[in-house]
Design a protein around this ligand. Structure first.
Ligand SMILES: C[S@@+](CC[C@H](N)C(=O)[O-])C[C@H]1O[C@@H](n2cnc3c(N)ncnc32)[C@H](O)[C@@H]1O
Length: 203
C-alpha cells in the first residue's frame, strides 16, 4: 500500500488555491503564490474525483499470469481490469496474448502510470486506459473481467457483471470470491493466493 503524504498536501493546497476566486496559483506557507507550472508533473495531477474504494496494491506478476491463463485469454478477447492500478494486467494480456484491453481506475496517478506502462510496452494499439469509477463505467464490450478489490466490492459488482456482460464472458478475481450467492466455477492457488473464475451463464 502506497501512502503519498506529500501528494496529499499538494493536492489540498491545489484544491484550496483553485477554489479561491482570483487565485492563479497555489498559496504555500507565507502566502507566496507558486504558479502551477512550477510544480512537478506529478504534483500537477488532479486528485481522484472521489476517494478510491480501495488503495492500490499491485498483483504479483505470477498471479497476473495465472489469472489470464485461468480465464483462457486469447487474441480475440477484450480484457477489462476494474481498478487497473499500474495497468499490468491489461498490458500483460496484450503483450502475451495479443488481447485488447481496457483498464479503469479512479485515481489520476494510477491512470498516468498505466498510460506510461502501455506506451513503454508498445501496446497502445490494443490497450485503452480510462479514468473513471468502475461502478459506473460501461463494461459491455468485455469478454474477460479481472478484479483485485475486496469481498464487499466484488459482491456489490455482481449485478453489474451479470447484467452487462454477455453469456460466456469470464470473470477472474484474485484473493477474494463473490460470497455465497455466486460460487466460483473454478479455483486455483498460486503464491499462497486463491484465484477464482466465474463464467456468465446463458441468458
Ligand atoms: C488493489 S488495486 C489493484 C490494481 C490492479 N488491478 C492489480 O491487480 O495490480 C485496486 C485499484 O482500484 C482502484 N480503485 C479503487 N476504487 C475504484 C473505483 N471506484 N473505480 C475505479 N478504480 C478504483 C485503486 O485506485 C487501485 O488502483
Amino acid at each position: 500500500m502506497r501512502i503519498r503524504p506529500l501528494s496529499c498536501v499538494v493536492a489540498a493546497f491545489l484544491f484550496v488555491g483553485l477554489m479561491m476566486p482570483g487565485t492563479a496559483g497555489v498559496f504555500a506557507a507565507g502566502q507566496t503564490p507558486i504558479p502551477l507550472s512550477a510544480l512537478s508533473p506529478q504534483a500537477q495531477q488532479s486528485p481522484p474525483k472521489r476517494a478510491p474504494d480501495i488503495f492500490y496494491v499491485p498483483t504479483p506478476q505470477d498471479v497476473v499470469d495465472t489469472m489470464l491463463k485461468l480465464a483462457r485469454v486469447t487474441k480475440d478477447d477484450v480484457v477489462y481490469d476494474l481498478g487497473c492500478g499500474d495497468g499490468r494486467i491489461v498490458v500483460t494480456a496484450a503483450q502475451v496474448y495479443g488481447a485488447r484491453g481496457v483498464g479503469i481506475d479512479i485515481d489520476p496517478q494510477r491512470v498516468k502510470e498505466s498510460r506510461e506502462n502501455v506506451a513503454k510496452a508498445g501496446v497502445g494499439n490494443l490497450v485503452t486506459i480510462v479514468e473513471g469509477d468502475l461502478f459506473t463505467t460501461p463494461i459491455r464490450d468485455a469478454t474477460v473481467v479481472t478484479l483485485y478489490l475486496l469481498p464487499s466490492l466484488n459482491q456489490k459488482l455482481i449485478p453489474k457483471l451479470t447484467n452487462e456482460l454477455r453469456s460466456g464472458a469470464r470473470v477472474v478475481s484474485q484473493s477474494f470470491d463473490m460470497g455465497p450467492d455466486w460460487p466460483p466455477d473454478q479455483q486455483v492457488e498460486v503464491e499462497g493466493r486463491n484465484v477464482y473464475l466465474w463464467t456468465i451463464p446463458k441468458k
